[in-house]
Design a protein around this ligand. Structure first.
Ligand SMILES: *Cc1c(COP(=O)(O)O)cnc(C)c1O
Length: 491
């Protein structure tokens, strides 16, 4: 597979790069992103060949179909990370929760959120590539909660990679914070920042654009890469489970090969949904991909009106914080796929300069061929959580947004898979509130829910509360650079 650039080529970079190059250096010309030049065929004949395959076999087949420039041994090593999930033979269980309604759980990995699906194998590959090239990389992440833990977990003790992770002090759940500050490895640095997520992200961006800082990194022999979903190395692993969900429905005799299904995806940066779109385009029989948002409903607006407008718009903090996003990076890859590089460059320029863009009615129509969208208020999510808890299924607030979207935009006749992107234990105070239980702290909330609904708290979560805190640094925004440099220049 070769990758090309969403905003066209600037004449300085290569026009096409291989998979490994796009992983190591994910930024493309004019601030664009890398996208596959073409997709393999994963239609009926591919599906019939892998109907009975387990997750890793399917994943291997898909990566091979993409012809990625990674040796087989390394692919197998990366996929072995799924062995650490709850059930190594089926890391992504799909179960029935209603009439023609199924939930695919993407959170059975070590940090209990869907980020593990891609970051676990991605970390193995990035680190191996760095080692092969005898290069050292720095991954800098600003996290509002889920990306941080998953990034630290996958890169801890890996050669050739250092990770520094910034989080808003007081802006994450207890579980998310503990998952970061107790992660002990010499190549990891976690820094709390006094401020909200926006402040943290801005501080990171200004550091990344500072020539002085980059010169210092260069002197340390460190190159910058990224582990967020602008990196195509993550997207490819987010395509696999959509195919797996389809095959699971076949294996459960809920559908036969060729039947169309709907997918509902709780979305923020649009990486998960983009994986679904690529799967559909490659031939997976999907009728519609339904995009679920919270009140930061920028994607609902895009897919219903064709307008993306973040001018004068403040980010609203919700009970589904991983979806509190206004600039949804991966939409750019969809625009490229639908409208080509010139139009994409024009639209992204308009977004950068005027904080908005508007599609033509024909362009909107093209998006609506594949997508529908709807959003939830926090109160909607709480009602959904309470309703499903009554029926014996405990879900987290992100997952709950997809039920509301399904009810608004789904079709009761069509088998539908909703994605569960986090386990309830990651957002337990919100879940407790929805269930009418009183708890201020995660640990109390989890215990109450666990007792009331006779549901276990996983060991990896319970143990966090007795683990030693190794990263206790909290700084003001202007103190980040100093902390970072002292970490990068140590040893
Ligand atoms: C990251 C995340 C999302 C959003 O996924 P995108 O791929 O960014 O759209 C949704 N839910 C949870 C729990 C997440 O961690």
């Amino acid at each position: 597979m070769q990758l090309v650039e969403t905003r066209g080529n600037d004449g300085k970079r290569r026009e096409r790069v291989g998979f490994s190059q796009a992983i190591l250096d994910p930024g493309a010309s004019f601030g664009g992103l890398y996208v596959p030049e073409s997709l393999p065929d994963m239609g009926i004949s591919f599906l019939s060949e892998y109907t009975m395959s387990d997750y890793k076999t399917l994943a291997h087949a898909i990566l091979k179909a993409f012809e990625i420039d990674i040796e087989d041994d390394l692919i197998y090593e990366a996929l072995d990370r799924y062995d650490s999930f709850d059930d190594a033979s089926n890391p992504v269980p799909v179960s029935k929760i209603g009439q023609k309604l199924y939930v695919s759980e993407l959170w059975h990995g070590p940090t209990r959120a869907f980020k593990d699906m891609a970051l676990q194998p991605f970390g193995v590959i990035l680190s191996a590539l760095a080692k092969m090239r005898e290069e050292n990389y720095l991954i800098m992440a600003a996290t509002s909660g889920d990306t941080g833990p998953a990034t630290l977990e996958t890169f801890k003790n890996r050669e050739g990679i250092k990770v520094s992770c910034l989080y808003p002090a007081g802006g994450t759940s207890d579980v998310q914070r503990l998952q970061m500050v107790t992660e002990d490895a010499p190549n990891l640095k976690v820094i709390g920042v006094n401020g909200n997520f926006d402040d943290t992200q801005k501080a990171l961006k200004s550091l990344l654009s500072s020539d002085e800082f980059r010169a210092k990194l260069q002197r340390e022999g460190l190159r910058l890469s990224a582990a967020n979903s602008v990196n195509f190395g993550r997207i490819i692993f987010q395509l696999i489970y959509h195919v797996h969900s389809y095959l699971e429905l076949m294996r459960k005799n809920e559908i036969v090969l060729g039947d169309e299904i709907d997918l509902v995806v709780p979305s923020g940066n649009f990486g998960n949904a983009l994986g679904a779109y690529y799967a559909k385009k490659a031939g997976l029989p999907i009728r519609k991909i339904i995009i679920a948002s919270n009140v930061n409903k920028i994607l609902t607006e895009l897919f219903t009106t064709g307008i993306y407008d973040i001018k004068d718009r403040e980010l609203i903090l919700t009970e589904s914080p991983a979806m509190d996003i206004l600039k949804s990076s991966n939409v750019e890859r969809l625009l490229y796929d639908k409208f080509g590089p010139e139009r994409t460059k024009e639209l992204m320029k308009s977004l950068d300069e005027e904080s908005r863009y508007e599609l033509s009615p024909e362009e909107l129509h093209l998006l609506q061929e594949d997508f529908e969208a709807a959003y939830s208020e926090d109160s909607d999510c709480e009602s959904v959580i309470a309703e499903f808890a009554e029926k014996g299924y405990i879900m987290d607030p992100h997952t709950a947004t997809s039920i509301k979207a399904y009810r608004e935009k789904g079709n009761g006749e069509i088998p539908t898979v909703i994605y569960s992107t986090a386990q309830w234990t990651k957002f337990s105070t919100t879940v407790a509130k929805a269930l009418g239980l009183e708890a201020q702290r995660d640990l109390d909330a989890m215990k109450l829910i666990s007792e009331r609904f006779d549901i276990a708290i996983p060991k990896v979560i319970e143990e966090l509360f007795s683990r030693k805190i190794v990263h206790d640094t909290v700084v003001e925004k202007d103190g980040i650079e100093k902390e970072m440099l002292s970490f990068l220049t140590s040893e």
